[in-house]
Structures are given as C-alpha cells and as structure tokens.
Design a binder for this molecule. Structure first.
Ligand code: IMP
Length: 500
C-alpha cells in the first residue's frame, strides 16, 4: 500500500519566526552571514564557504559570467547555466576567473572598415559611447584605436565614413600594459585626464579597459568572494548525460564548485556522476547534487559523496512540474525534513553535508525562514532574474520595465538533459514557463537590502550566525486569519509614493 504522510506539506508563507532573547551584542553589524558550501568533518573547515547564504540558479535567464562576477562581489556564488555547449560554458568560467575588479572586458568593438552608421547602431544597442577598434572587431583583437563621441558628428558626416578615418589611432592614445595594477591604472587616468585606459598584451591585443567613472566602485568590497589568486569564485551546473566531457572542461577552465542540475536527484544517474568525479579527481573537485525533498533522497546522495545537497521540487516561480507530473513537496516541509536528516547523518558519521533550499523564495524573509529551518544557503532564480546583471532582456510591458525570466524546462530553454529519465533526447512536455518579472535595478543595491532585513530578523531571534539561527530559531505555523493580520489592515493606505 502506498505511504501516506500524516501532515500536509507546507510552504514558507505558512510560517513565522517567534522572536527570542536578544543581548546587547545582537546588532546587525555583528551578524555574520558566512556559511558552509561543501561537506566537512567535525572540527575541520569546509573547503568552500560563502560570505552570504545566496547562490544564483543554474538557468539561462539567471546565471552567466556577468551575474557570477556581480554576485561574487557581494559574497555569494553563481552557478553558470549548463544548457549550453561545453565550450561556451567553459569560456564563461574563464571570463569570470580572468575578471579583475576594475578591469572591464570591452563590450563595444568594431573593425576599422565599419562605418559611422555601425557605431550609431552599436551605441543604441549597448548604450556605451566608448568603442574599441580592433582588427577583427572582437574584444580581444589587435587594438588599433578608439572611438568616443568626441570623434564624430553624425549630423555632418556621411554615414558610410569608415571608422579608420575618424578614430583616434593607437599612436595618439595612452595605454597600459598587461600586469598593470588598478592603482597604477587609476594614477595614469588621473594624471592624463583620461576617461578610459585600454590595457594591451605584449602582442598589442586588447585585454580590458579601466574607466574613470568606475573609480568609486573599485573600492574593495569586504564581502567579495575570491580564490587564492584573487579571482572571483564561480560555480557551474552539469548534467547526468555529458558529464564525462563537461566536467573535465570546466575543471580545466578553473571552476571552483560544480552542481548536478536535475529536476529530481534521487537517482542512480546522480551516483554515477559523483562516482566519476571521485574516481577522476578524488576530493579535489567539489560537486553538489539534487534535488531531493526527503530523508531518503538526502541519505542516498550524502552516502554517494555529494558535497552539498539541493532541496526542492516544484516550488520554483516558473515551475509547473507539480501541475504537469503531480510530484513535488511544499518547500518548507522539504527543507525541515532534509535538515533533520542532515543533522542525523552528522551525528552518526561526523560529516556535515550542507543543504541548499532551491526555489520558491518570494519575499526576503523567506531566505531567513529557510535558514532557520536548517538550510545552509538558498538558491534563487526569480530574485536574481530581476536585476541589471541577469542575461534576460529588459522590456517595457504595459508601461513598466520587466526582465525576461524563463524556466529550464520551458520550450524556450529546452534543457531536456535536466528532465531526462532515460527516454529519447528531447523535451517531451514542458515543466516550466516563459515569463516576465518586474525589473528591480542593480544586484548590489537589492542584495544589500535583503541582507539588511535578514540581519535584523536574526538579531530579533538572538542569533549572530547562521548556525546560531538554526539552533535558536522558534517557528510557528500561521492560521489563514493571522496572515491577514500580518499585512497592513483596517487602514486606508495613502499614496504608495508617500507624497500625501
Ligand atoms: P525560483 O527562485 O522560485 O525562481 O526558482 C528557481 C529554481 O526553479 C531553480 O533553481 C530550479 O531548481 C527550478 N527550475 C528552473 N527551471 C525550471 C523549470 O522550467 N521547471 C521547474 N523548475 C525549474
């Protein structure tokens, strides 16, 4: 006979944290959000930790190299999407590892035989007024000159005038050589009243620019997540199909941590991937697995050697798995049960396997709830898709700016590998939708606000660390009537802009 669970599975919205005693030390400035990412033995330190408990989802519409740099600056990790060719994904890893704070890879480039019209079109598309001229029109071609808005006057020029006729050529420009430090670069910029300083390698190829306008942003972010070479830490998603080729390519490119990205992880396929990693690299390569929603799934992946385990099926904002297939579990219940299994495993073996709550974070306080329920960190898709740094286009819909956000199981992403259970190599039916999410601005500003709320809640619970929160948190279920009490009620709201 089938097993019936005694209680329904629940979501974050059904819970509240009950405040605990807060000592005078419990102020937001004293809260550390550092958390373990990979498994460790009692008394030892994890190989990978983060400074904030947030990772971005393994999705085309969320995690590319730009997102990875932006999130690592704030102290978290992006998992680069795997539904792309192995070469592209490895190149993304390389771009993140090459990225040095303050040195920007050139996003607007032309060949010398292109024209004023091409420059105008590029400016329209990228919004950049500084355009590099390279022999092949790429960001790493031989550098020939620079075009800025000082160099041409569209109203007086023939749109077919070639760039070579009006660019400022290399010999009239000040540039820096590979290896220049950010401080030296800024001194050159200030000493020569420049707006942009091209950095070239020994063969004269363009490596990056340093821009005067970025100066303030270069000041080191104390939370940023760097490896021993001072490159940003980056993760990447892999699947259970081409892992024997993909994983070596990502490792070669310098990836710091991998994650098997699959809609359902309690499978032999996941064990085969984990076995491959251990046989090939021992413990050197770190890899998470998932997703699971119960004790048995956790136990299976922990015993198979996963470095962390992702929890959640069917709770993602773009997810229609529960409707399409009738499987899944309320995210809160899944996290609570898996966290118990993790603690039990730690007691028995002395090995702590961090868990990641994946999907279903709608409000900032849901992250705090997930941590209180035992998650070590959270994976978010919709949240990050709203920011400037996500790969989706920003579009105007009904008078408001939106960003595109589509699921890996949608027809748009066609990530059949994520949903494969041994059938033919195609996405037979959709498990995700293509959607818009309200545009929300820069990642840095939004993450700062989310973390401020989390620190404040943790202080209310008397917790200064994630571990303390897990130990001290007291949670209560809420009735449907008390949910009404939780919002503004029985008042007439003034204008939302606060002008009245
Ligand atoms: P969100 O933070 O609620 O937007 O959920 C993001 C999570 O949804 C991802 O990390 C994946 O686990 C999951 N996901 C991504 N694409 C799909 C899909 O197409 N169908 C179902 N789940 C998805």
């Amino acid at each position: 006979m089938a097993l019936y669970y005694d209680s329904p599975s629940r979501t974050f919205n059904e819970y509240l944290l009950v405040p605990g005693y807060s000592s005078a030390e419990c102020i937001p400035d004293n809260v550390s959000l550092q958390t373990a990412v990979t498994r460790y033995r009692a008394g030892e330190a994890p190989a990978v930790t983060m400074n904030i408990p947030l990772v971005s989802a393994v999705m085309q519409s969320v995690s590319d190299d730009k997102m990875a740099v932006a999130l690592a600056k704030e102290g978290g990790i992006a998992f680069l999407f795997g539904s792309q060719s192995i070469e592209n994904q490895a190149e993304m890893v390389r771009r993140v590892k090459r990225h040095k704070a303050g040195f920007v890879s050139s996003e607007s480039n032309v060949r010398p035989d292109q024209t004023v019209a091409d420059i105008l079109e590029l400016k329209e598309k990228t919004g950049h007024s500084t355009v590099a001229v390279t022999h092949d029109g790429t960001a790493s071609g031989k550098f020939l000159g620079l075009v800025t808005s000082w160099d041409y006057r569209p109203s007086r020029m023939d749109p077919n005038t070639p760039v070579s006729e009006f660019m400022t050529p290399l010999e009239d420009l000040i540039h820096a050589k590979e290896g220049v430090t950010l401080k030296e670069a800024n001194d050159i910029i200030w000493g020569n009243k420049l707006n942009a300083l091209p950095v070239l390698d020994k063969k004269g190829r363009l490596i990056s620019f340093v821009f005067r306008k970025d100066y303030d942003r270069h000041k080191a972010n104390p939370q940023e997540l760097l490896d021993t070479d001072k490159s940003y830490i980056v993760g990447a998603g892999v699947n259970t199909i081409d892992y024997k080729e993909r994983i070596p390519a990502l490792v070669e490119a310098g990836v710091d941590v991998l994650c098997i990205d699959s809609s359902e992880g309690y499978t032999e396929w996941q064990k085969l991937v984990l076995d491959f990693v251990r046989e090939t690299y021992g413990d050197e390569v770190k890899i998470g697995a998932g997703n699971v929603v119960d004790r048995d799934g956790f136990r299976f992946l922990a015993e198979a050697g996963a470095d962390f385990i992702k929890v959640g099926i069917g709770g993602g904002a773009i997810c229609i798995t529960r409707e399409a297939k009738g499987i899944g579990r309320g995210q809160a219940t899944a996290v609570i049960e898996v966290a118990k299994a993790r603690d039990q495993y730690f007691k028995e073996t002395g090995i702590y396997v961090p868990i990641c709550s994946d999907g279903g974070i709608v409000h900032d306080h849901h992250v705090t709830l997930a941590l209180a329920m035992g998650a070590d960190f959270c994976m978010l898709g919709r949240y990050f898709a709203r920011f400037d740094e996500s790969p989706g286009r920003r579009v105007m819909v009904n008078g408001s700016y939106m960003k595109e956000y589509w699921g890996e199981g949608s027809n748009r992403a066609r990530n059949w590998e994520r949903y494969d259970s041994g059938g033919d190599k195609k996405l037979t039916f959709e498990e995700g939708v293509d959607s818009y999410v309200p545009y929300a601005g820069s990642l840095g500003d939004n993450v700062a606000l989310t973390l401020a709320k989390m620190r404040s809640t943790m202080c209310n619970c008397g917790a200064l660390t994630v571990t303390e929160l897990q130990e001290k948190a007291r949670l209560t279920l809420v009735s449907s009537v008390s949910i009404v009490e939780g919002g503004a009620h029985d008042v007439v709201l003034k204008d939302q802009t606060g002008q009245n």
